[in-house]
Ligand binder design. Structure first.
Ligand code: GTP
Ligand code: MG
Length: 171
């Protein structure tokens, strides 16, 4: 059949935000892991959509591993940035990491699409996607296409809308 276009995606965000859970849900059910543990360093995963074949760099969000992220920026053609919508205390840390990413020389002047997941929307005290985007000042991102979706990665809700958007940005 027709070969799908290959795209490298960086999956970034603080530890415990749900990155690995999201990527796991996007894989075909026979390839999904049963239990998910905190990522050590990073893990390379693959999933496909109707037109694209994604290779995901699922990075650890733990503080001691965040210095690894930048080594993959050059290779990334899209970014998935995951936020725990229930973690109000660390929203400022998430913003710091996002700002560092956006100001990095390998990212700053590129029109790279960024998909944000305001994840854990199922938590009773979760912030809305609108509130998360305000706290992260996403409206200040003028030179890159971006989109934010509320998601519940455990149930798999909200993920398809995001991936559909990402696919449209790349075609
Ligand atoms: P690191 O690999 O340490 O950077 O973390 P991560 O961002 O990959 O998070 P991971 O996918 O390991 O999920 C962390 C915890 O959050 C797990 O216990 C998940 O089951 C849980 N989790 C992930 N997504 C959701 C969600 O949408 N809602 C709820 N309630 N829990 C979630
Ligand atoms: Mg992980």
């Amino acid at each position: 059949g027709l070969k799908k276009k290959e795209v490298n995606v960086l999956c970034l965000g603080l530890d415990n935000s749900g990155k690995t859970t999201i990527i796991n849900q996007l894989k075909p059910s026979n390839a999904q892991a049963q239990d998910i543990v905190p990522t050590i360093g990073f893990s390379i995963e693959k999933f496909k959509t109707s037109s694209l074949s994604f290779t995901v760099f699922d990075m650890s969000g733990q503080g001691r591993y965040r210095n690894l992220w930048e080594h993959y920026y050059k290779e990334g053609q899209a970014i998935i940035f995951v936020i725990d919508s229930g973690d109000k205390l660390r929203m400022v840390v998430a913003k710091e990491e996002l700002d560092t990413l956006l100001n990095h020389p390998d990212i700053k002047h590129r029109r790279i699409p960024i998909l944000f997941f305001a994840n854990k929307m199922d938590l009773r005290d979760a912030l809305s996607a609108v509130k998360v985007s305000q706290l992260l000042c996403l409206e200040n991102i003028k030179d890159k296409p971006w989109h934010i979706c509320a998601s519940d990665a455990v149930k798999g809700e909200g993920l398809q809308e995001g991936v559909d958007w990402l696919q449209d940005q790349i075609r």
